[in-house]
Design a binder for this molecule. Structure first.
Ligand code: FES
Length: 152
């Protein structure tokens, strides 16, 4: 049986009925049409599914949607505001911080969360703090540069 869950999704109050075992990742992609959040491994190992829940970076593939009752969820689709890209999005473009782009929504959400956490400053600290976000193209140097640009 499906059960209702209500949360804020990219700023909008949202209620949806879901089977209780539905991951937040599948809920976003398959039930709410938000396919910006990517499924890489579906096992918590790649970071492609990173979204922000109450400002914290989480792997949506490891999270049951119904556990997020009352939460504030933000996906890559919800980062731009008032017609302007988020500064992290601008920096990713400026520093060419992607190649194929599959990991990019997760990288960007992870970077937004990391910057809010406020304790990564050097390239090494950024790299370490974003080690859960895998990039198969190896765009790490540019990703780190982009994030560093926003922090500096
Ligand atoms: Fe969630 Fe890989 S899809 S960590």
């Amino acid at each position: 049986a499906k059960i209702p869950v209500s949360f804020r999704l990219n700023g909008a109050p949202t209620t949806i009925e879901l089977a209780p075992w539905t991951t937040l990742l599948d809920a976003l992609r398959n039930h709410m049409g938000l396919t910006g959040t990517k499924k890489g491994c579906d096992h918590g190992q790649c970071g492609a599914c990173t979204v922000l829940v109450d400002g914290q970076r989480i792997n949506a593939c490891l999270t049951l949607a119904v556990m997020k009752e009352g939460a504030d969820i933000r996906t890559v689709e919800g980062l731009a505001e008032h017609g302007h890209l988020h500064p992290v999005q601008d920096a990713f473009i400026e520093y060419d911080a992607f190649q194929c782009g599959y990991c990019t929504p997760g990288q960007i959400c992870s970077a937004v969360g990391l910057i809010a956490e406020g304790h990564a400053h050097s390239a090494e600290e950024i790299r370490e703090a974003m080690s859960g976000n895998i990039c198969r193209c190896g765009a790490y140097p540019n990703i780190v540069e982009a994030v560093k640009h926003v922090i500096d």
